[in-house]
Design a protein around this ligand. Structure first.
Ligand code: ADP
Ligand code: MG
Length: 615
């Protein structure tokens, strides 16, 4: 028998499609807050959102007479006519979210428009309004959702652990905070503030506040444009990598998306700079002509398709390469001068960011105003979670934070940073200190270059290149080197003999466990060649797969550590040669083990150290 379903059953079925877990509720409520033009949005959850979700905004509010309508299916203020469908500028428009949410939970709405004297409070349980009253409340809207899925046991069972559910919510709110950098976002979980952004439009500041596990000193800006394509954001230098892609967030035309294409471009941009299995941190914002892309906005899985995939990959690769070759990809000396608390890091990062901008725009006409250069205005900023915060209740806390908003975060006029490639030719060597560090200057910065780390980098890249090249450049040696290897290595000699031969060694068996080297790679000294071959063979174990070029690269990396020695007094010519060789490297700013080769102190940073500029 065919029957039209009872409204409540129909609502429950429909709700399941939009609302399948706590994060989908958070998503709908936050999107409504954005659509309501809020400048401040607070999300509070308990137990991963299973027991409590609150979203508070300071947006336009809902007029009292429309509050109940808002919860009806297909009730929306965002489109009026069929024509409106073609020019949607809001995140929602189907008018289903509130109806779906209230069908599967206990929902409370508190809302007030600026024009109204009083606000409205509505309680809805299982889709039925159980209370409707006037109430005093601030402008804006709060929606509180409890008893989630109380009437849909299947959904309730389908939820994952608290931490898995809150993980999804944290990811979502983090991405929204980045995408809407002009909105202040605050995320509270089980009464502690996970993060809170300034909403001052400063992307770097936002990233630093949201992703506290990332060291801001290891981020370098990306800013590149070609025709209608523009890529902005921040990526990590090779000094900070992760073992998964989980710290990569991509946005296309303002929306967070998954994109294999951007991923590929990013990976390609880092090629030869990272080991296999390591992934950079990346927050990338791509702007493209909407006509050239197709965003499939499935509620939880946003995939974007590009008409010209290869073009996008190349574009992202270029942008990343330029960024990694720039001076800002170098370690800044200023960050090393004092011990820092995690709170300081964010402040410093901000100051540093301003530094970078100041530094980058070498042709600054008017420096950024003294006030905005002064990072101390951040000092009274919201607490990075510390013990006393837990003592306050969350309501009080959020009220405090809400009030503190504007006075503590004067907006900064931030232009996008100019990415200037680092030009080795501008470096003027001034000498060396401790027989270890070369000192050099450009017109606006001072540099320390670690001889040993630089040499390691050069040695490593030359060896890898030699290994991959067909033609080897060898030098014969007068007295052959004798190499003695372990039993293990001896048993497996065919493989590593081939590998060493491929790097430019001529080496033959001489007796049990003993090998004779008669030629070495052209760029090595005798000692280096000897030490390297020794270290290389020492690393060989039964499981070493010497046919895998990544394994070879890792072995080379480990072995060049002791092969290259530091502490030599270098002549001016030798220092110049070292820097010339370094400039030819793919990744000149860190040694193969990830330590910096360069430390940079800008003139501005130096002036701050001497208190010529207030800090
Ligand atoms: P949609 O967002 O697709 O319009 P919803 O069910 O999410 O549908 O919301 C229904 C309506 O309720 C919206 O069109 C809007 O007018 C109103 N509304 C919902 N949330 C808010 C909010 N936070 N602030 C102001 N109005 C809101
Ligand atoms: Mg909506």
């Amino acid at each position: 028998m065919i029957r039209v379903l009872d409204k409540r059953i129909a609502d429950k079925i429909a709700a399941g499609e939009v609302i399948d877990r706590p994060v989908s509720i958070v998503k709908e409520l936050v999107e409504n807050a954005v659509d309501a033009k809020a400048s401040s949005i607070t999300v509070e959850i308990k137990n991963g959102g299973k027991s409590y979700i609150r979203v508070t905004d300071n947006g336009c509010g809902i007029p009292e007479e429309e509050t109940e309508t808002a919860f009806l299916r297909h009730a929306t203020s965002k489109i009026q006519t069929v024509g409106d469908l073609d020019s949607i500028e809001t995140l929602g428009f189907r008018g289903e979210a509130l109806a779906s949410i209230c069908a599967v939970s206990r929902t409370e709405l508190v809302t007030k428009c600026k024009e109204s004297k009083a606000g409205t409070r509505l309680l809805i349980h299982g889709g039925e309004v159980t209370l409707h009253q006037q109430t005093g409340c601030p402008d804006g809207t709060t929606v509180i959702v409890t008893d989630l899925f109380y009437n849909t046991p299947a959904r309730r069972k389908f939820m994952k652990s608290d931490s898995a559910e809150s993980g999804m919510i944290i990811d979502f709110v983090s991405q929204m905070a980045l995408a809407y950098k002009d909105i202040r976002f605050r995320l509270i979980s089980n009464a502690s503030v996970l993060f809170s952004t300034a909403g001052d439009g400063d992307r770097f500041n936002t990233i630093v506040r949201v992703y506290k596990n990332i060291n801001p000193n290891n981020l370098t800006p990306v800013c590149y444009q070609e025709g209608k394509l523009r890529l902005e954001g921040y990526i990590s230098t090779p000094a900070q990598t992760k073992n998964s892609r989980s710290s990569q967030v991509f946005f296309v035309n303002g929306r967070a998306v998954h994109s294999k294409v951007i991923e590929k471009g990013l990976t390609e941009g880092y090629r030869e700079r990272l080991f296999e299995g390591r992934y950079p941190v990346a927050y990338l914002f791509l702007e493209a002509d909407p006509a050239d892309i197709d965003v499939n906005i499935h509620p939880n899985k946003k995939e974007v398709r590009f008409d010209q995939e290869a073009e996008i990959i190349d574009f992202v690769t270029r942008a990343v390469r330029i960024s990694l070759g720039s001076e800002t990809a170098m370690v800044s000396g200023a960050s090393l001068f004092r011990e820092k608390s995690s709170e300081d890091t964010a402040k410093d990062a901000h100051a540093e960011q301003v530094d970078i901008k100041k530094f980058l725009s070498s042709n600054v006409q008017e420096p950024v105003s003294a006030h905005s250069l002064d990072p101390s205005f951040l000092s009274e900023s919201e607490p990075v979670i510390s013990a006393p915060v837990f003592l306050k209740n969350a309501e009080q806390l959020s009220a405090d934070l809400e009030n503190s908003a504007d006075s503590f975060f004067p907006s900064l006029e931030i232009e996008t940073p100019e990415i200037r490639p680092f030009n080795f030719q501008d470096l003027q060597i001034t000498g060396s200190i401790f027989h270890t560090y070369i000192t050099a200057v450009t017109s606006d910065a001072f540099f320390l270059i670690d001889q040993h780390a630089a040499h390691e980098r050069i040695f490593y890249e030359k060896l890898v290149r030699e290994y991959e090249q067909d033609e080897k450049i060898r030098q014969p040696i007068l007295i052959p080197l004798i190499l003695e290897v372990s039993l293990k290595a001896d048993a497996d000699s065919v493989n590593w003999l081939t590998a060493l031969a491929q790097m430019g060694y001529t080496i033959h068996e001489f007796g049990p466990g003993t090998y004779r080297i008669t030629e070495i790679p052209a760029f090595m000294t005798l000692e280096e060649a000897d030490q390297f071959a020794q270290d290389f063979t020492d690393q060989i174990s039964d499981s070493t797969n010497l046919k895998n070029s990544v394994v070879i690269q890792k072995l080379i990396m480990k072995s060049c550590k002791s092969a290259v020695k530091g502490g030599d007094v270098l002549s001016m010519e030798e220092m110049e040669a070292l820097l010339r060789d370094l400039s030819a490297c793919v990744n000149p700013f860190s040694c193969p083990h990830g330590r910096p080769t360069f430390v940079r102190l800008t003139r501005y940073e130096i002036e701050r150290l001497f208190k010529r500029i207030p800090s």
